[in-house]
Ligand binder design. Structure first.
Ligand code: AMP
Length: 283
């Protein structure tokens, strides 16, 4: 049986572990997660393994990034199974702070990102989300002081927000993006997929299928707005309520007039029943 990774839940213990590795000039890679680990998360951990000598995985369901109407209380929590999965890969440390450790009583600081956090995608539907993410990720990067931190392209806008955050705050960690891991039928893996009923699960791969169709049509030179209108309609026919399906500049996430502008990214968010799914793809 692989050995259960060491778990620390207070900042001084984390700092002691990291300081020893730093003194030994070992490259430290952080993989932030909210647990309920699936193969998408584990691919990030494997990438981290390849990129550094020491791997820290954080597991923290961050209350600050959930709106009161969202699923913080019911968010899946599978800590023991997460540790077993991480033991298989081999990680050096699991950083599992309590909410009180992250947000001590009297906590009064919030990082409110702009730029890629204000482009009218996730931010339009989850107005407090990126402040919650930026604040917790800044804390994690300061606590762990990694050389690299790995984030999934699954949350593409989040990856851009965090890259900007690290640059703007002179956080020394290099932010590394990792490709999206999908189920065999194309559905992007997500901890929230467990919420889907059988018929919803059967409809869910529509998102990726439509993204692929739209990307191919745009690459062929078809009119972007028309392609996205048709794609959106197809997503709604499958039983989703569409929040957005958009083509954006792949770097800035700004709106684009034509595919000639440079590399594009298609991003989608849609709700089926009470579950909200997001996905994205390069054109
Ligand atoms: P979460 O636990 O949902 O906050 O995700 C933790 C990290 O895993 C984030 O950087 C996500 O972008 C990444 N991630 C989640 N799902 C996937 C996936 N299917 N493929 C690649 N990365 C993912």
């Amino acid at each position: 049986m692989p050995r259960r990774p060491r778990v620390v839940s207070n900042v001084p213990a984390l700092r002691r572990a990291v300081a020893r590795w730093r003194e030994a000039h070992q490259t430290i890679v952080l993989v932030p997660t909210m647990g309920a680990l699936h193969d998408g998360h584990l691919s990030l951990v494997r990438l981290a393994r390849r990129r550094g000598r020491r791997v820290v995985v954080s597991i923290f369901v961050n209350p600050a990034q959930f709106a009161p109407t969202e699923d913080f209380a019911s968010y899946p929590r599978t800590f023991e199974a997460d540790l077993a999965a991480l033991a298989e890969i081999g990680v050096d440390l699991v950083w599992a702070p309590t909410a009180e450790t992250m947000y001590a009583s009297g906590f009064a600081t919030r990082i409110v990102p702009e730029g890629p956090a204000k482009v009218g995608l996730e931010d339009a539907f989850r107005p407090h989300f990126f402040a919650g993410v930026a604040t917790v990720v800044a804390k994690l990067l300061i606590q762990c002081a990694p050389d690299l931190a790995v984030f999934g392209e699954k949350d593409y806008q989040q990856l851009k927000v965090i890259t900007q955050l690290a640059a703007d705050l002179d956080l020394p960690a290099k932010i590394v993006g990792a490709p999206i891991v999908r189920e065999a039928d194309g559905l992007a893996m997500s901890s929230r997929n467990v919420y889907l009923s059988a018929p919803q699960r059967a409809a869910a791969p529509t998102l990726y299928r439509v993204l692929c169709q739209c990307a191919a049509a745009i690459a062929r030179g078809e009119h972007i707005a028309r392609v996205l209108d048709q794609g959106g309609a197809e997503i709604e026919r499958a039983g989703f309520q569409l929040d957005y399906l958009e083509a954006r500049d792949a770097t800035t996430l700004q709106k684009v007039e034509s595919a000639a502008a440079g590399p594009l990214r298609l991003l989608v968010a849609a709700r089926i029943g009470s579950t909200r799914l997001i996905d994205n793809i390069a054109v």
